[in-house]
Every structure is written in structure tokens, then in C-alpha cells.
Design a protein around this ligand. Structure first.
Ligand code: CAA
Length: 248
């Protein structure tokens, strides 16, 4: 059994996921970075890169849009290392299209990967957290789940849904030592935002009061805050990290 607390970050080899994995590793967790099974080669290269930077982070394949594959992945981790103490649901994709062009595949893919994954993964770590009397679940949502976004009916629906999940599960975990919170990033420097058309991205960033995009490390810092033992009284919250793009 590992003595360090185990942290699982879904979408762990992505832009924001990488910064979260690094931060949790630095804070003393035994970190597992989940990736899609089709990304095996990229994950191996990623693990080597992290080792080169001094981070000992394990990678683990699992399709979080599948309940069965999520269960297999988590049974594998928990069988060897004990209960997952920290779960960061960070896996996410975009299929941005105006609604009149939004086909069923683009709707379902985003709901499955961004929202159904939250059930698939959290359900499989929940009983271990209950038994341990400790847990931290952090859902990485988006400013666009709070305010909507032209071209993102699918994505904004999934991201808003994540926070409904957070508020409900937070009530179930509150008396059991488990906190459940949402972090809602704004536009962050990652491959996902780089994939947007330059003019569309530039127009959005021009409307950010801080006049810049966020850095993945700034999202990781918010996650670290919610994970910290001393912040165990924060639950059911939605922490925006968006440069002032949306306030409420
Ligand atoms: N509000 C109102 N109208 C708008 C608009 C807006 N924000 N943006 C565009 N329009 C209008 C255009 O003026 C145009 O009007 P006409 O047809 O009358 O000329 C019409 O809508 C078509 O617009 P586009 O040219 O943008 O349509 P498109 O099909 O080429 O592009 C799109 C559609 C790809 C969805 C594009 O609008 C887009 O990229 N939107 C931004 C999506 C976005 O913010 N994605 C974030 C990705 S990163 C992420 O998701 C991480 C995170 O959490 C923040």
C-alpha cells in the first residue's frame, strides 16, 4: 500500500490537467494522470517529460465516457494503492458549432465526455471515500457553464450540469469528511483554446477585464486550495478563475 494519499486527475495529460498533476505531486500526493486509451503513446512521452522535470506521476488509460472502463481503471488503482482521496474531474472536449449545425454526434460526445464521465468516475471512487471518511472531489467546469457561449450549447450544458452535481453531492458528503467543489476556469492557454479561430479568441480575450488568458498553473492553484486539509469547510462552492470575465 502506498502511504501518500492517492489523487486521480482525469484528462491528466491535457493542458490544465498537466498543471494540476504537477501541483498535486509537488504537494505530496501519489498522482495518477488519466488519459484516453487511444493516447497511449502520447501518455508515455508525457510521463517521460514529467520525469525530466522531476515529477514522478503515473499515467493510467481509461475511457471516462464509459462506466465499465472507468470502473476497471479505478479498481486497478485502488487494488494496488488504496482509496482515491482526491479526484479531479478534468477530462473535457469541445465540439463547437452553432446550434443549427449541431449534429447528434457532437451533442452526445460532449455530454458523454464532459458530464457523464463525472458520474462514471466519481461513482467508482465514492464508496472508498466514504469508507475512509475523507475525500476531495473537484469538478473542472467553465465560465461558459455559468454564462453560456455562442457556439457551445453542448459544452455549456455539460459544464453547468457539473455544478448541479457538485452542489448535490456536496450535501451527501458533508457529514462524511468529503468535500465536493467546482472550479470554473475562464479562457486558459491550452490546446483547446488554441483550436479556436484566432479572431474569435482574440475578441473574447479583449473582453476579459484582465486583458489576458489564464495560465494552467492558476487553475491548479485553485484546485490545491480546495484540496488542502485546512480548507475542509469549503464545500458545494463554485470557484471562478476567469480574470473577471464573469462575476455573480
Ligand atoms: N454573438 C452573436 N452573434 C455572433 C457571435 C456572438 N458571440 N459570434 C458570431 N456571431 C454571428 C456572426 O456575426 C455571424 O453572423 P451572420 O451569419 O449574420 O454573418 C454568425 O453568428 C456566424 O458566426 P461564425 O462565423 O462564428 O459561425 P461559424 O460557424 O463560422 O463559427 C463557431 C461558429 C465555431 C461556434 C464560432 O462562433 C466560435 O468559435 N465560437 C466561440 C466558441 C468558444 O468560445 N469556444 C471556447 C472553446 S475553449 C473552451 O471551451 C474552454 C473554456 O471552458 C472557456
Amino acid at each position: 500500500m502506498t502511504t501518500a494519499r492517492v489523487a486521480l486527475v482525469t484528462g491528466g495529460i491535457g493542458g490544465i490537467g498537466t498543471a494540476i498533476c504537477q501541483r498535486l505531486a509537488r504537494d505530496g500526493f501519489r498522482v495518477f494522470a488519466n488519459h484516453h486509451p487511444s493516447e497511449q503513446e502520447a501518455a508515455e512521452a508525457w510521463k517521460n517529460d514529467q520525469a525530466g522535470l522531476g515529477f514522478d506521476i503515473d499515467t493510467i488509460a481509461g475511457d471516462v465516457s464509459s462506466f465499465e472502463d472507468s470502473k476497471r481503471m479505478i479498481d486497478d488503482i485502488q487494488g494496488q494503492h488504496g482509496a482515491v482521496a482526491v479526484l479531479v474531474n478534468c477530462a473535457g472536449i469541445t465540439r463547437d458549432k452553432t446550434f443549427k449545425k449541431l449534429d447528434e454526434d457532437a451533442w452526445r460526445a460532449v455530454i458523454d465526455v464532459n458530464l457523464n464521465s463525472v458520474y462514471n468516475v466519481t461513482r467508482n471512487v465514492w464508496e472508498g471515500m466514504l469508507a475512509a471518511g475523507f475525500g476531495r472531489v473537484i469538478n473542472i467546469s467553465s465560465v461558459n457553464g455559468q454564462r453560456g457561449q455562442f457556439g457551445q450549447t453542448n459544452y455549456a450544458t455539460a459544464k453547468a450540469g457539473m455544478h448541479g452535481f457538485t452542489m448535490s453531492l456536496a450535501q451527501e458528503g458533508a457529514a462524511k469528511g468529503i468535500t465536493v467543489n467546482t472550479v470554473s476556469p475562464g479562457y486558459v492557454e491550452t490546446a483547446m483554446t488554441l483550436a479556436m479561430r484566432d479572431d474569435v479568441r482574440e475578441a473574447i480575450v479583449a473582453g476579459v477585464p484582465m486583458r489576458r488568458m489564464g495560465k494552467p498553473e492558476e487553475i491548479a492553484s485553485a484546485v490545491a486550495f480546495l484540496v488542502a486539509d485546512e480548507n475542509g469547510y469549503v464545500t458545494g462552492a463554485n470557484l471562478p478563475v476567469n480574470g473577471g470575465l464573469f462575476m455573480h
